[in-house]
Write a protein that binds this ligand. Structure first.
Ligand SMILES: *Cc1c(COP(=O)(O)O)cnc(C)c1O
Length: 536
């Protein structure tokens, strides 16, 4: 099999005198040819390569469009696409059953913004907000509270953040020193951006706190799910992350046990659920988890609690949850609401013994949801959406509870092209058409699963072919390098029980055809396809 070389930096060397137009053109053509070739066989990542925005979007290319700041505050940067941004936010808020339209005077109303990065930025936003929300921070406006701040700063009760932004730290109650020390929970199958965000934002995980201070409430192996590997156990026999089921979804009984352990010690709780995990494409059953967690939170006064602070010499109280439930729905949030509609219309049936995993704002306990919308719609640039409710925002311009800065979006400059691309997609494709698109990708995933299982039956090696319920991805034994390069396959090493396995996976995104899947299966059927992984 031919092994195609990738491009090197040398092909693009930049001499001080620059490069002539002719030569530039040739270099660009080569680059484009390479991309086009790779696009023909693109199967390994969850991005739709079917992109048709060019004729509309190129008209906006000779402009700098910047949505800096809050999407609902126009500001003086007039070359912005904020009104379009508001329209796409409203569209998704409705799809996710949030309270719409956006209303700054209604705490239940949704609030959100388009991310200039994908879900990574959204996960940072959620953890940032949750840390201060659960940590008992209250934002005050400097101008109004100069005197109080002076007074309080002597008792180190206030922290000044910027020139006009001040944060009041609620006093830690004497009967619970953990009241404002939140603990983060996320599963083994969680994207690394969550781990990164907890590090950057100095947010403690249950493992860090638990392994340093307590005996683990779980016993190995009795309390652990089928397939769990000892490699995921850390110090003092604590699991490093919340164990997942074999399909990649979070194990709810274990999550409940771990949460109960920390809630009983007085800690507020942050949980990151997954809706379409990166490698296995699994959906956490968020509704089921919330149903199991709410009674425990209520019993331990963590469902709703009072935060006391001082403003203008007056003692004030606000009510907040002692938990934050976040959904990282990088891929799944974009199409699973469409699949739900297709199920209602009888266009697709659920796998046997599988309940639809509800996850959205119909569950009142959900605080935030993010998605990397570019993965699903097909877009030349990556971007995402972050959604929460006004009442949970720690920095809201007009909320009477907190008075803070309008720099609510975390990122400074925000890409103004992103909302235009998304608006174009949503205006062009009716909901019915989008449901058809979602069904098409599900059907292709079923097709790929059956073709790979057929291959497995013919083959004399175990190809470990697996697909989690309703996932758009199928995983199998990692093939040789040239197949990985040809189809841009993403690979991961995991443990099944204590056996270390190297997998590859494919995603059946919008641009994928049966023919492409057939070509892959054909290559996987060749004698040398799995030589490397069998040799170790
Ligand atoms: C892709 C992905 C992310 C990160 O998204 P970016 O668009 O790369 O920022 C986060 N979580 C999950 C589950 C993902 O699949």
């Amino acid at each position: 099999m031919e092994y195609k070389e990738d491009r090197e930096c040398n092909d693009f060397n930049l001499p001080p005198e620059g490069i002539s137009a002719d030569k530039r053109n040739k270099i660009f053509m080569n680059q484009l040819e390479f991309f086009k070739e790779q696009k023909k066989n693109f199967l390994g990542y969850q991005v739709n390569q079917c992109i048709n925005h060019e004729e509309i979007i190129k008209q906006f290319f000779n402009l700098h469009i910047n949505n800096v700041g809050d999407p609902f505050e126009k500001g003086n940067m007039t070359i912005n696409s904020k009104p379009m941004e508001q329209a796409v936010l409203d569209y998704y808020a409705k799809l996710l059953n949030a309270t719409t339209p956006y209303d700054p005077n209604n705490g239940e109303s949704y609030w959100g913004y388009t991310l200039s990065m994908g879900s990574t930025q959204g996960n940072f936003s959620a953890i940032f907000n949750a840390r201060d929300y659960l940590g008992g921070k209250v934002l005050l406006k400097y101008e109004e509270d100069k005197r109080v701040i002076k007074l309080n700063s002597r008792n180190s009760k206030c922290t000044r953040l910027t020139e006009n932004l001040v944060c009041y730290q609620a006093e830690i109650p004497k009967n619970n020193r953990n009241a404002y020390t939140p603990v983060a929970f996320y599963s083994q199958d969680t994207h690394y951006s969550i781990f990164k965000a907890t590090r950057v934002l100095n947010f403690q995980t249950f493992y860090e706190l638990g392994s340093a201070n307590y005996e683990c409430p779980l016993n190995y192996p009795d309390d652990y799910p089928d397939g769990f590997s000892q490699n995921h156990l850390g110090e003092n026999n604590w699991p490093i992350k919340v164990p997942s089921n074999r399909d990649g979804s979070i194990n709810i009984p274990i999550l409940v046990k771990l949460v109960e352990f920390f809630v009983k010690k007085g800690h507020p709780i942050y949980i990151c659920f997954n809706y379409g995990t990166t490698f296995k494409g699994a959906y956490d059953n968020v509704q089921e988890a919330v149903n199991a967690l709410v009674p425990i939170l209520k019993e331990n006064n963590m469902y709703e609690r009072e935060i006391t602070y001082i403003q203008n010499n007056e003692i004030k109280k606000i009510k907040r949850n002692g938990f934050w439930f976040h959904v990282d729905g990088a891929l799944g949030v974009a199409y699973m609401p469409l699949i739900e509609k297709a199920i209602e219309k009888g266009l697709i049936t659920l796998p046997e013994n599988y309940k639809f995993p509800y996850f959205d704002f119909r569950i009142p306990e959900i605080h935030s949801i993010v998605m990397s919308i570019y993965k699903w719609i097909g877009s030349p640039i990556s971007f995402g959406l972050f959604m929460t409710k006004i009442k949970h925002q720690i920095s809201i311009p007009r909320d009477p509870m907190y008075i803070g800065s309008p720099e609510t979006a975390f990122s400074g400059s925000r890409n103004g092209l992103a909302p235009i691309i998304l608006w174009n997609f949503l205006a062009k494709h009716s909901e019915e058409e989008q449901i058809r698109m979602a069904l098409h990708t599900e059907m292709l995933a079923q097709y790929a699963e059956s073709k790979l299982k057929e291959l497995q039956q013919k083959s004399n090696i175990d190809l470990w072919v697996e697909r989690s319920p309703l996932a758009l991805t199928i995983r199998f034994r990692k093939p040789n390098k040239s197949i990985i390069f040809k189809y841009s396959l993403s690979c991961e090493t995991t443990y099944v029980n204590d056996e270390q396995r190297s997998y590859a996976h494919i995603f059946t995104m919008g641009h994928v055809s049966q023919d492409l899947i057939d070509r892959l299966v054909n290559d996987l059927n060749k004698p040398d396809a799995f030589v490397e992984s069998l040799e170790g």
